[in-house]
Design a protein around this ligand. Structure first.
Ligand SMILES: C[S@@+](CC[C@H](N)C(=O)[O-])C[C@H]1O[C@@H](n2cnc3c(N)ncnc32)[C@H](O)[C@@H]1O
Length: 376
């Protein structure tokens, strides 16, 4: 049984970033539910169609109003970008609501301080809190997530989904470091031949397991792989033995995935993490690392998703957590840590070209994020 304190840990510090990501994926997924509901999208994939019909019939579709009007997540060929039915369950919780309220309060407190010096920050928040209590939680989340963030999250998730699917047949082990509320190991058709390890902080793993219990009642798992969750801090050596005790074999080529993690760790923590990954990796292992450049700025404040927004919060508060940035991740991370073969790196600009997304707004086309790949 978890205590009140344990439950709240997931909404504090770096752990809470996993909920922000899940909220984006839940909103993106809801778009497809809406289009199917309105019969504007005909899905040919039977499995996906069954999933979507199931979600709608069980009442897991929300009308998000203006948000869905303004965003198009389809690429040139009209294919679905990403579909993550688990995200809905990860964010439909009291913890998620508390995080949303806490985020708005904190943000407004910052704004007030800037304007008038130290003051109680939540005075002006009344109307927003009334709004939160009057609409489904998913709708409230749209108020604090900007259009550019949602689009970037769609491209990022799509690119990594495709990369995982193109490679998981060639690897017996996939290790997702800082997995958070990433549900790839369940929602993608990963074969039984590829065992997946997910590593994250204990309170995140505990939260995820609890919410998956709920989601499993409604969502059928698409993958066939064995999934092992390791609850530990990646900056401490203890995770290495836990991984091995759970069957990880360092003599087998492994696929490592680090999405949305590197920016939250310091240089010395990253040195430890990457040298450990190198030591644990046989020749032909592969790594995919997501990084931010030193010039990273989020200009999404100019593009609110919803006119109801009290403030466009977006990643402003998450940026407090960003510690590390990399101009050239191949030179700075991959090559020094043994992943020096077949290196490549793409930015959002490249992803937009790759997927031929039409009418993508200029603010999404930044090169300040890299997805870098290397082989040992
Ligand atoms: C922004 S979330 C990204 C989650 C997931 N990779 C995704 O993209 O959906 C960052 C995740 O990294 C995890 N994390 C940060 N520092 C960590 C550490 N020292 N050890 C383990 N996990 C960590 C957080 O708990 C959180 O779940």
């Amino acid at each position: 049984m978890s205590t009140e304190k344990d439950q709240n840990e997931v909404i504090n510090g770096v752990a809470r970033t996993s909920l922000f990501v899940a909220a984006c994926r839940a909103i993106i997924t809801n778009k497809y539910l809406e289009l199917v509901q309105k019969k504007e999208l005909n899905i040919s994939d039977t499995l996906l169609k069954n999933h979507i019909d199931g979600m709608i019939s069980k009442g897991h579709y929300m009308d998000l109003g203006e948000v869905n009007e303004s965003i198009d997540y389809f690429n040139g060929s009209g294919k679905i970008c990403i579909y993550d039915p688990y995200a809905y369950f990860f964010i439909n919780t009291k913890d998620s609501q508390q995080l949303l309220i806490q985020t708005v309060k904190k943000h407004q407190f910052h704004e007030e301080k800037e304007k008038e010096g130290e003051k109680e920050g939540d005075k002006k928040s009344g109307s927003f809190f009334e709004y939160i209590n009057s609409v489904p939680l998913l709708v409230s989340w749209t108020v604090v997530l900007s259009r550019s963030t949602l689009l970037r999250m769609a491209f990022r998730t799509k690119y990594i989904d495709d990369y995982v699917m193109n490679n998981c047949h060639s690897f017996e082990q996939l290790v997702i470091c800082g997995a958070g509320l990433d549900a790839r190991s369940k929602r993608l058709p990963i074969p039984a031949s590829c065992r997946v390890y997910e590593i994250d902080l204990p309170h995140v793993v505990e939260y995820k397991l609890k919410m998956l219990e709920m989601a499993n009642q409604y969502v059928d798992q698409v993958s066939q792989c064995q999934i092992t969750m390791i609850a530990d801090d990646l900056t401490q050596p203890s995770w290495i033995q836990k991984l091995k005790d759970n069957g990880y074999q360092s003599d087998k080529p492994t696929f490592w995935l680090l999405e949305g993690l590197v920016m939250y760790l310091s240089k010395s923590q990253l040195d430890f993490l990457f040298s450990t990954i190198n030591q644990l990796s046989a020749t032909k292992s592969k790594i995919l690392v997501h990084t931010l450049t030193p010039g990273f700025v989020d200009n999404s404040t100019t593009t609110p998703t919803s006119p109801k927004s009290p403030n466009q919060l977006d990643w402003t508060l998450l940026k407090e957590e960003f510690i590390s940035r990399h101009e050239d991740p191949i030179q700075e991370i991959l090559i020094p840590n043994g992943f020096s073969k077949d290196t490549s790196s793409v930015t959002y600009r490249d992803l937009i070209d790759l997927y031929q997304f039409n009418n993508t707004p200029a603010f999404v086309k930044t090169s300040q994020t890299h997805f870098s790949i290397g082989t040992k």
